[in-house]
Design a protein. Structure first.
Length: 107
């Protein structure tokens, strides 16, 4: 493949892409994930204080979101640490899901 062919292919792949918007969206997603973790933590703490119950439902959603985010990053970039983080968050998701079912069933 010649240099010109590679450049033409790259131009076609990036047609209509706004790199500044992509970077802003990436940063916004990072901040949103952090905000979700903080909100989940506050909700869990307040639920525990005022109802004397453990709030695990929100953590299922949080961990599933993080697991999915890192899995998508792994598929796109093939970095092993992204896969490791994805597995870690999915394991936590399953743990909180089990806790949720135990709580609901009352076992």
């Amino acid at each position: 493949m010649t240099k010109e062919e590679i450049l033409a292919k790259s131009r076609n792949e990036n047609k209509g892409a706004d790199f500044v918007e992509r970077e802003v969206l990436r940063k916004a997603n990072q901040i949103a994930l952090g905000a979700m973790m903080v909100a989940a933590g506050i909700m869990s703490i307040l639920t525990s204080i005022f109802t004397e119950k453990v709030c695990v439902e929100v953590w299922v959603v949080v961990m599933a979101t993080h697991g999915t985010t890192f899995m998508v990053k792994y598929v796109a970039m093939k970095k092993r640490h992204e896969l490791a983080l994805s597995i870690f968050y999915f394991v936590l998701c399953v743990f909180f899901l089990v806790c949720f079912f135990v709580k609901v069933v009352g076992a």
